[in-house]
Design a protein around this ligand. Structure first.
Ligand code: F0G
Length: 471
């Protein structure tokens, strides 16, 4: 059969509230044109994130009832520990309430002021946790990642020569090396086992530990199976063990490939490091067998991690992302190629070429998509990664992307068709869209709470300057 069906059926449904365009205009204005500031019930299709938004399976709901809520040594912890040990191969498993708690605890032990932490590309909370400790988070994406339209199998990889040069020049300032699989910040692109092997060899050579951010480990392993010939006939479990066997530990937000609504963990080999991390855990998160989670959360993660490795599920998941990406491409919308599995990324710089990066084309696009059809998406560009210069203008980010993140097991084909149609309608009037400015912003992770304002049309680049005549 050519048709790939969802490998599940619906048992419970959640109603979507329909809104009109004029209602959405009002909602957006009140929220300072920041989609993180609007109520979820005012969203019709929520592609803000694939994090914590999965639909749980009946097996997860059943496991939830088994949750042991004892303060210390709950049986749920041991089921959770066993699942993590089996999949990732690290002996020590420390639960935390979500990925950024893992980052804060592990980095709190290892990162000191002026340290440098290289990665294929840091996710925003990873970067913020390093910077918060006075360190510098350095991205070393491979060359192919820089061209959004190039088709290359492992655009999530790290630039090995750049890592080698950095280690040679600044080894004493580097406490560890990080790799994020898949590489969320460059479009959800996978990292090959071969690349992790090379990073691991360099790490050993320079005596540095290697940690993997495993948020989307099973999606990464599936793409390895499809694209890295040595693993074509290997199971997802085998590929995961092979990759994590090259590292000294991992952190995971179980809100992604854990198919859970909350949770995460740190898994380590080093006992002394684990003990210090646990001491921090007890101060701020909770006892070491629950780490800020309920027993029932631990149960749902233990089941979810295994379900996320099911190849029928992964095949459907990739097909859904490809369906959305090819629908958008067919409508002439520039998307990052090849599409990842957890999200499809629109290149807002190309889609809205009249809006200069300092006037936030991505932010304009997320607002416009919300107005068009009630879609919530996420800007990954200057609003998220740029910064305000002393003169008040914007230092643009390297990229202007809009991410349509796909919650796991939640939306069906008609939702995707609806989103494709809305994107096309926005595309058709892209030449009349103006940019935005930032009205207020916090010092860190500004995209969550910043307020924006649409520019007056006069401030945009004149259309003639980019060779376009207005209709
Ligand atoms: N690492 C990666 C690669 C992530 O994508 C995220 C979260 C985290 C760490 C932090 O985990 O949210 O559980 O604290 N990514 C979400 C996203 C928020 O929308 O991509 P968390």
């Amino acid at each position: 059969m050519k048709t790939i069906i969802e490998p599940f059926r619906t048992k419970v449904v959640e109603a979507i509230k329909f809104t009109t365009r004029s209602e959405r205009e009002e909602i957006l204005k009140k929220a300072g044109y920041n989609l993180f500031q609007i109520r979820a019930e005012d969203v019709m299709v929520d592609f803000l994130t694939d994090s914590g938004t999965s639909a749980m399976s009946s097996e997860q709901w059943a496991a939830l009832m088994r949750g042991d809520e004892s303060y210390a040594g709950c049986s749920s912890y041991f089921r959770f520990e066993e699942a993590v040990q089996q999949i990732f191969g690290f002996p020590i498993v420390i639960p935390v309430h979500q990925g950024r708690a893992a980052e804060r605890l592990l980095f709190g032990e290892l990162v000191k002021a002026n340290h440098i932490v290289p990665s294929n590309t840091h996710f925003d909370t990873t970067r913020a946790n390093i910077e918060f400790l006075g360190g510098e988070a350095i991205d070393l994406p491979c060359q192919e990642a820089k061209d959004f339209s190039s088709i290359s199998p492992f655009k999530g990889n790290m630039d090995i020569e750049a890592l080698r040069a950095l280690l040679k020049a600044k080894a004493e300032s580097i406490p560890f090396i990080m790799v994020t699989v898949t590489n969320n910040a460059v479009g959800g692109q996978p990292v090959s086992v071969e690349n992790v092997r090379e990073i691991s060899q360099l790490a050993r050579q320079f005596g540095k530990p290697l940690f993997i951010d495993a948020a989307r480990f099973s999606e990464n392993a599936y793409l390895v199976k499809l694209r890295e010939p040595a693993y074509a006939d290997k199971s997802i479990g085998y590929i995961a063990r092979e990759m994590f066997g090259l590292a000294d530990g991992c952190m995971m937000s179980a809100k992604k490939d854990g198919l859970a609504n909350m949770g995460g963990f740190i898994a380590l080999k080093d006992k002394a490091l684990a003990n210090s991390v646990r001491n921090r855990l007890i101060i701020t998160e909770g006892f070491s067998t629950y780490g800020g989670l309920n027993g029932r959360d631990l149960e749902t993660i233990a089941v979810g991690l295994r379900e996320a490795m099911d190849e029928d599920y992964l095949c459907y998941r990739l097909a859904a992302a490809k369906y959305l990406a090819s629908g958008l491409s067919a409508a002439g919308i520039p998307v990052v190629e090849p599409s990842g599995m957890h999200a499809v990324y629109i290149d807002a710089k190309k889609m809205l070429p009249l809006i200069e990066p300092r006037y936030l084309p991505g932010q304009r696009l997320v607002c416009e998509l919300y107005l068009e059809c009630g879609l919530r998406s996420c800007e990954i560009g200057t609003a998220m990664f740029g910064h305000t210069k002393a003169d008040g203008s914007q230092e643009p980010a390297r990229q202007e992307l809009v991410r349509l993140a796909l919650p796991r097991r939640v939306y069906g084909q008609s939702h995707y068709d609806y989103v494709i149609e809305a994107c096309q309608l926005v595309q058709e009037r892209s030449q009349s869209l103006v940019g935005m400015t930032i009205v207020s912003e916090p010092p860190l992770l500004r995209h969550f709470t910043a307020r924006f304002s649409p520019l007056q049309p006069a401030k945009c680049k004149p259309l003639a300057a980019v060779g376009v005549t207005q209709k």
